[in-house]
Design a protein around this ligand. Structure first.
Ligand code: AMP
Length: 193
């Protein structure tokens, strides 16, 4: 994995744990020579990851819609900043520029990005690993919900391993490195769906 799309919150929680986590992830990725592709913002965990990766000599590529540039939330010191018309082009570029996805703690926008990466993997629009950094158990309920979808039968057995979970970045990257693409829906028979 040469470049990872990193999804995380644009907010700054009161608990410093989250900002510290983002800084640690940014610095570690840069040290490992892994480029960061992210939403191009300067606020919250997003800005913290970018600043830490840049400070450690890493490559950081932002992809941001014009409306957010106009709102002055864009980070101006990145290796590259792609300004795109809207969210659809942004997500396509996240996928095109990266060879894996890592989701850190975040809110609605982060969830939108994570679930799209999972949904596109399931359909076969990409074959890259989708990782969830479940630091301090922030995503315990999401992991339980994923298991419930499988148990009830809305998540097919072939796709259960699409969500790769780790409670530390090292564990997560190791697991993502061993990712074997699963059979996507576009290559399944209708009778198997
Ligand atoms: P949220 O988790 O709701 O804070 O949304 C964060 C995710 O949505 C990020 O991964 C971004 O790609 C996108 N996003 C939301 N707000 C912003 C912002 N102010 N600047 C840049 N990207 C944002």
């Amino acid at each position: 994995m040469k470049r990872l799309a990193i999804y995380c919150g644009s907010a700054t929680p009161a608990d410093p744990f989250y900002l510290d986590l983002a800084r640690e992830v940014g610095a570690t990725l840069a040290t490992r020579g892994i480029g960061v592709v992210y939403g191009g913002g300067r606020l919250g965990l997003m800005g913290a990851i970018a600043d830490a990766a840049l400070a450690a000599g890493g490559e950081v590529i932002g992809v941001i819609p014009q409306a957010l540039v106009d709102a002055e939330v864009a980070h101006r010191g990145l290796s590259e900043l792609h300004v795109v018309p809207g969210m659809h082009q942004r997500k396509q570029l996240f996928t095109d520029l990266s060879d894996g996805f890592v989701t850190l703690p975040g809110g609605t926008g982060t969830m939108d990005e994570l679930w799209e990466a999972l949904s596109w993997a399931q359909l076969g629009y990409h074959a890259d690993p989708v990782g969830l950094l479940n630091a301090r158990g922030y995503y315990d309920h999401l992991v339980a919900f994923w298991a419930q979808m499988a148990q009830v039968g809305f998540l097919r057995a072939q796709h259960r391993d699409l969500l790769i979970v780790g409670d530390t970045l090292d564990t997560l990257l190791d697991r993502m490195g061993g990712h074997v693409p699963t059979q996507p829906i576009v290559r399944m028979d209708a009778g198997d769906l």
